[in-house]
Structures are given as C-alpha cells and as structure tokens.
Design a protein around this ligand. Sequence first.
Ligand SMILES: CC(=O)N[C@H]1[C@@H](OP(=O)(O)OP(=O)(O)OC[C@H]2O[C@@H](n3ccc(=O)[nH]c3=O)[C@H](O)[C@@H]2O)O[C@H](CO)[C@@H](O)[C@@H]1O[C@H](C)C(=O)N[C@@H](C)C(=O)N[C@H](CCC(=O)O)C(=O)O
Ligand SMILES: Nc1ncnc2c1ncn2[C@@H]1O[C@H](COP(=O)(O)OP(=O)(O)OP(=O)(O)O)[C@@H](O)[C@H]1O
Length: 481
Amino acid sequence: MKLIDVIRGLAINNDVGNNDNNVDVKGITDNSLHVKEGDLFVAIKGHKVNGHDYIDQVIEAGAAAIVGEEEHTELPIPYLQVNNSRKALGTLAKNYYMDPSAFKVMIGITGTNGKTTTSYILKHILEENGLSCTLIGTINNIVNGEVVSTTNTTPSSLVINELIFRSNDPVVIMEVSSHGIDQYRVEGISFDYCLFTNFTRDHLDYHLTIENYFQAKRKLFDQLKPNGLAVINTDDEWAKKLNQDLISKGKRTFTVGQSKNNDISFNNAISSNKKSINITEKEESYTVDFAMPGLHNFYNMLSACATSLQIINSTEAIIDSIKTFSGVKGRFEIIRNDNGSTFVVDYAHTSDGLLNILNTVNEFNPKGIIHIFGMRGNRDVAKNKDMLKISASMSTLYILTMDDLNLVSYQSMLRELEVLNEQFGNQKGIIIPDRTLAIKYAIENSAKDDWIIITGKGHEKYQQSYFVPTQSDMETIEHFI
Ligand SMILES: CC(=O)N[C@H]1[C@@H](OP(=O)(O)OP(=O)(O)OC[C@H]2O[C@@H](n3ccc(=O)[nH]c3=O)[C@H](O)[C@@H]2O)O[C@H](CO)[C@@H](O)[C@@H]1O[C@H](C)C(=O)N[C@@H](C)C(=O)N[C@H](CCC(=O)O)C(=O)O
Ligand SMILES: Nc1ncnc2c1ncn2[C@@H]1O[C@H](COP(=O)(O)OP(=O)(O)OP(=O)(O)O)[C@@H](O)[C@H]1O
C-alpha cells in the first residue's frame, strides 16, 4: 500500500524528512525490533520505553517512513509528526487493513467484572445458532477456530485490526479493558453492540480516580456504529447513569435487570442450587437452565442473551443453546474431592468479585469455607484491605498467599500481607506464602462438606515457582487429590 493511502485521515502537524508520500509501505509496526525493509514505524512514548529513541535503528533496518510525536528534521525518509502516536496507530492500522471492523458484526464488552464470562457465553450461543465468532480477550484470542495466545485483554490496535482482517468469522466479540480504551487500542474500531456489565472499584493505580476509570469505559460507547446498540445492566448504578446519558444523546439502548421496566427482566428469587430461572422478554416468560452458579454469572448470561437476541431473533433458540453451555476456565470452576470437600477455582481479584464468589458458595450451605488468596503486586493496592475484610468476615479460615508479584520483591509482598493481616484480618487467618503449600494445608485441614475457594489466578499460569512444581491452581489441586 502507498504511504499516502495508509495515512488517510491522519491529522499531521509536520511533514519532514524526504516528503515522499508515494513510497510503498510493506507493513506497520510500533516495535523497532520488528522493523523490516519497507515498514512504517510508529514511535510511541510508552510507560517504560520511548519508541522515538530507536529512530536511527529503524532507518538502518530499512523503514520506509516514521510516524511519531517528537520533533525531527533532516531525516532520509518521511517523518510525519502527530499529536498522539497511539491514536495515530489506530488510524494507520484501520487504513492498512482496510477498515475490517466495518464488515463484521462487532461486539465490544466492557465493565469491571464479567467481560470474559459474558464473551464466552455469547460465543457459545451464536455458534450454536450457526454464526462462528472471533474472540479477542483475556484468556486467548480465537480466530477462524484457531487459538492465538495473548498478553493483553485488549491488544494493540495493530493486533486487533490484523486479527479482524484475518478472520473469516461473521462475528467478532471483544473484551475491551479500560487500559485499552485509554491507550487508544480500539481507535478506529466501530461496534454494532457495546455491552456494559458492571462497574466497581479497580485499577486506580492506573486511572487514579474512580471517575477517570468510569470515563475511560464510557468512551467505548462513542464508537458505536450509527445504528449501533448499547446493552446495559441497569441494576448497576454506574451503568444506569450511562444508560440515561446515552438515551439523552439519542443513542439506542437495550437494558437488562430485575425491574420489569427493562427490556429483559428476571425475578431475584434465584439461588445457585437452582439451575432454572424465569426471565421475561416482551411480556413472555421463559425458563432458562444455566450451568454456572452465582447471581453475578446470571447477569453475564442475561447480557449475552440480550445481545444475541438482536442477532438471532429467536428467544427459544437462544434459551435452548444456553442449556449446553458448560462454563469458562477459571470462573467458578468446581472440583469435587474424594473426602467430600469441594474446590472452587475462580479469577476474582476485586472486592466485588470476592463478595459474589463467597455469597455464591454460601448458597451451597458449606460446613466450612477455607479461602486461599493473595494480592497482586504493583496493582491497585488500596483495594487489598477491602478484599481481606470480606474474606475474613465470610470464611471459616482464610489463608493469605502469593499471587503475581509483578516486579514487587517476595519479601515486600510478604511484609504487605503481614501488615494487612495485622490491620484488617482477624484470628481466623494465617499466612502461607507458598501457594502450593497453602493449597496442601487447606486440603489436609478440610473435611466432608467443606469448601476450599482459591481465588485470583483462575485460568492463569503461575508467574513464579513454588515448592510443588505445578503451573496453576487447577494443576496443584489435581496433584494433591
Ligand atoms: C502499562 C501498560 O498498559 N502498558 C501497555 C502499553 O505498553 P507501552 O506502550 O507503554 O510499552 P513500552 O514497553 O513502554 O514501549 C513503548 C513503545 O516502545 C516500543 N519499543 C520498545 C522496546 C524496543 O526495543 N523498541 C521499541 O520500539 C514498543 O513496541 C512500544 O511501542 O501498550 C502495550 C501495547 O498495547 C501493552 O502491551 C502494554 O500492556 C502491559 C503489558 C500491561 O501489563 N498492561 C496492563 C496494565 C493492561 O493493559 N491490562 C488490561 C486488562 C486489565 C484488566 O481488566 O484486568 C489489558 O487490556 O490487558
Ligand atoms: N457480573 C459480574 N459481577 C461481579 N463479579 C463478577 C461478574 N462476573 C464475574 N465476576 C467475578 O470476576 C471474576 C472475573 O470474571 P471475568 O473473567 O468474566 O471478568 P473480566 O471482566 O473479564 O475480568 P478481567 O478484566 O480481570 O479479565 C470472576 O471469576 C468472578 O469472580
């Protein structure tokens, strides 16, 4: 593609270098280490590294042109200066891959919790009804049925556009994180449906205030296609506010929640032991059989139902396909032990997530609850005390252990756990830093009808080595039982 076509619509402040905008662009990258002959390099000032520092190297490697924010003169190749390189990357990627999101049914899911679960339920419903889906999210990306590993929930705009361009699936379901929105990773992507699952405190290490965090998530809804639809859980106060705001701006919304005023409503009288529930849509009532325990997962299912209804238009077919949904890796995954105790592996790492999980466990009438969890290093530390308070008040025994250190030293994390435990714990808690030994202790100290709840890591592999050389909570449980 010619550079002139790749930069279409890009707001350029200054065009220096050799000014040859007819040069051929063979590829785009924002990583100097990946630059090949003929590539367009986008220099990004990152959180750790400044891409502009590599300009000499990328010219040496044969880059055809550079887009960046800093001022430059006297370069042998075109250098296009823009206000925001991350935003520019979105426009360039969209042009280079020929606006792929315009040709798909695009579904973006945001919210603090429930994005992954909702995306998998939605994928299942649509595929059971003959529509294959590309999935971009936390666990993996899946394109044309092929699994592609990922580091981010929402990858960079370059990766997103490439995945959609490569996809032969008619539908694309994306989890959209607040970091992704804030860093313009979805710039240039347009959505047919945007979902808002719920909103509670998280990621304040990055967004600093809850209002900034909300505004980041809210921005996704500006990217709805002209006739696009917002699907909103109005039982969440922040989401309700978003719904009113969107309606006042003339946007289309479709709501789910307990009140009959919603487009799909249900009555709250559910419990995790009860697998069937009645929902009402256009004054018709339906009974839904759903495998995943917990009211929170029921909300996820409802949002997925509401979205698929816009695409499939047969409530019966949707309700039928929910019956065969078996769950999501690391989300309230249940394992039964021969001694009559039960394990749950779950990805909860917010206080709201923990509250939901422990409430759900209580609905099974456990004899005792042993809760094993840790705190992620270098993340929103202020939420840690709330997580501990919830665990201390709802479990019979809690065991504080290691989670991802994220560059925090083992000793500092141990100290943090000790201080937290002193200040916000109670006599029911102990600290066993080695995660595998914490699980061993819980197994040895559990009996029939006890529940052992291990939260924080869910489907993820361990980032550090433990006494038992297993890779995940699930593997550790299997090792011991
Ligand atoms: C803090 C943060 O969000 N960082 C994200 C950001 O990285 P960055 O651009 O700041 O990276 P950087 O390392 O400083 O590099 C800057 C630039 O220099 C370039 N570079 C770098 C080295 C080199 O030799 N040459 C070179 O050109 C890099 O390619 C990059 O373009 O942009 C990258 C590309 O999009 C992301 O992969 C990366 O996510 C990191 C890995 C991360 O952990 N992010 C977390 C906080 C995150 O985004 N999480 C959310 C989910 C949150 C949740 O709901 O749980 C997510 O969507 O994943
Ligand atoms: N609707 C919900 N409301 C509150 N908590 C939920 C909800 N759905 C899931 N959770 C909790 O959050 C955890 C993560 O769920 P899920 O992976 O679906 O959310 P996510 O938004 O994708 O999370 P992340 O952004 O961290 O990847 C679950 O294991 C559960 O503990």
